[in-house]
Design a protein around this ligand. Structure first.
Ligand SMILES: [Fe+2]
Length: 299
């Protein structure tokens, strides 16, 4: 909480309610994002760049209002593989029905959203519409904090190195199959030649809004190897990086309530949807803000 006073002294319209942890995550008290002026939007963006995950509770939005709010954060992107809501092509309904049991869940392994794209999303936004009575949390890890704390040998290994990301077969390994019988469940369109292509990104990127702040940009779902190395050679190093990056001191865990909006800096975090709520329905709306190509961190 030592940052709270400093944040409040800036005279913001957004009341800083609490940090989720000192390392990652902040909850902002915004009465109604439908009436957010430019200063509030700018404040959200600034907290997002610094704290990586921003939670805003108790919001009442229609689909159109959710889109309008999302667009104020940046241009929205239509994502490959996942079929969006029929009448709202920029919204994905992230849904698990109560009778979808003993199976995986969308996002149920550590990942950065769509890191296999040439321009991976900058911001992901989730809005909880229906949540389990208990469970269904999301966990994020701060990949800048993890990067800064890397052992020297891994820092040296990663210098100037690229990692290869791939979305084919689509990395959401535990998503419902395309033939899912659930009308509203996530439906996948696989075999997208453009999105299926391998994509190499710097293993350590620079954050676009925070100078040369480094970001470890690999994740267990989509990163398959380092450029110039095969998967067998790469695997032990990647596993070591993941073990380091997901240490609890780099993470926050959010307990969803209905009507919560959470935004995260998708380029400097990885996240994990905890699949511990079989027997309950969970439904979120999701939008995605596009971005530019990741740039390497400066030496
Ligand atoms: Fe995700």
């Amino acid at each position: 909480m030592r940052n709270r006073e400093a944040l409040q002294q800036r005279g913001e319209k957004v009341k800083v309610d609490r940090l989720l942890t000192p390392t990652i995550g902040i909850e902002l008290d915004i009465p109604d994002v439908n009436h957010a002026d430019d200063e509030v939007i700018w404040t959200i963006r600034r907290h997002l760049a610094r704290h990586k995950v921003v939670s805003i509770r108790a919001q009442q939005l229609t689909e159109d209002q959710f889109l309008a709010f999302s667009r104020r954060l940046g241009s929205l992107v239509r994502l490959p593989y996942i079929r969006p809501m029929q009448d709202f092509p920029e919204i994905i309904a992230v849904l698990k029905e109560e009778d979808e049991v003993d199976m995986g869940v969308f996002g149920g392994d550590w990942h950065s959203d769509f890191s296999f794209l040439e321009c991976p999303p900058e911001i992901s936004i989730l809005y909880s519409r229906e949540i389990p009575a208990c469970g269904g949390d999301t966990v994020w890890a701060n990949m800048t904090a993890a990067c800064l704390a890397l052992p020297d040998d891994l820092k040296a290994f990663l210098t100037g190195r690229k990692a290869v990301h791939v979305g084919a077969p689509y990395g959401v390994r535990y998503a419902p199959e395309p033939q899912s019988r659930f009308e509203g469940s996530i439906r996948m369109d696989r075999h997208n030649p453009e999105a299926d292509a391998e994509q190499a990104h710097p293993a350590v990127c620079r954050h676009p809004e925070r100078g040369n702040e480094p970001v470890l940009f690999v994740n267990p779902t989509y990163t398959i190897r380092f450029e110039g190395m095969d998967e067998v050679q790469s695997r032990p190093i990647l596993e070591r990086l993941y073990g380091h990056a997901t240490r609890p001191e780099f993470c926050c865990r959010l307990n969803w309530l209905p009507d919560t909006i959470v935004l995260w800096d998708n380029r400097s975090t990885i996240h994990y949807a905890v699949n511990d709520y079989d027997g309950f329905r969970r439904m979120m709306w999701r939008t995605t803000v596009c971005s530019s190509r990741p740039l390497p961190a400066m030496p």
